[in-house]
Design a protein around this ligand. Sequence first.
Ligand code: NAD
Length: 358
Amino acid sequence: MKEFVYTSSPSRVVFGSGALNRVAEEIDLLGVSKVLVLSTSGQVKRAEHIVDLLGQRAVGLYSKAVMHVPLETANEALSESKRLGADCAVAIGGGSTIGLAKAIALKSTVADFPIIAIPSTYAGSEMTSIYGFTEGGVKTTGKDPRVLPRTVIYDPDLSLSLAFKLTLTSGMNAIAHAVEGLYAREGNPVMNLMAEEGIHVIASEFSRLKADPANLEARSSILYGAWLCGTVLGNVGMALHHKLCHTLGGAFNLSHAEVHTVMLPHSIAYNASVIPEAMVIMCRALDTGSPASCLQKLARENGAAISLRDLGLPETDLDRAADLAVAKPYWNPRPVERASIRELLQNAWEGLLPSSDY
Ligand code: NAD
């Protein structure tokens, strides 16, 4: 056993079909009473239901969360929170809504502003103390313990409305956290266990769900896997793959989950030669000899885009993408070289098989 440091994060997880109905009880446990409910405009009906469940504890609803937390949205939501005298937030939605709650918690003048997150995708933000804002197209991220949701309510019923395509790409986004966790500098055996189980459950449920998107058992398993993968994301640093996805998502406005799906096989192939132990775990989790091509095949066969071209990125942007990806690189087990990254991006743009020669 190698040396390691393991720090657990102080968050409470309530999991199960119908768990949403426990939101008022969970607010009372936190000792707060003036809740601002947050959502995107697309999920406002659900947010209104939360307001009903909270009764007098709800002081307002802000339903303008959008992708990548634009600074103007964060400032407007913060003003609304102050105006209403909110002392906590309940965020129902994906990473965009949870990201907005984090922005409020970070900037709030209320000393302790807890968040209850009720995730409806598999992006994993609910398990991390990472926040981010976008200003003038540039995304700034940071870490602060104040933004870690104090309670997370995982209710698989919420994912019944998630279209199969988003289920697939968001599930791949979750798998990407686990994959990078397996070779993270701060990796540890507890995270490895969670990562292996997370990859395994998510990848093995896609076909059952494709055949029957209303299968609650399969949706429940994927959500459990997403919790595991999100926990890994919250505990260890991410590497090249996340740098590539943040670059492509932030600078070229490509959809977060779809970019992860296209890029993950290529990122694994890039690092494969220097991460033998992680590869063994990935092979076991996916029951394959080649995790990179297995994940690409899984995406393709289930109907996800596997090329950056299909996501709408012009080929002429690849040089800039390569420049941005190698500028201020995240730590990665293999040195990040521009020529290899440019080749990787070309293959990803064309939707070719991930190559062991990057
Ligand atoms: P999202 O939150 O932007 O949601 C995508 C769309 O799906 C939205 O329109 C939303 O309303 C809709 N939606 C969500 N759940 C649904 C459901 N169950 N049924 C029907 N529609 C639903 O997407 P995301 O992938 O969850 O989050 C992406 C954002 O989160 C990015 O900005 C990313 O950077 C951020 N993120 C942050 C962290 C972190 O730790 N801070 C981690 C992961 C992702």
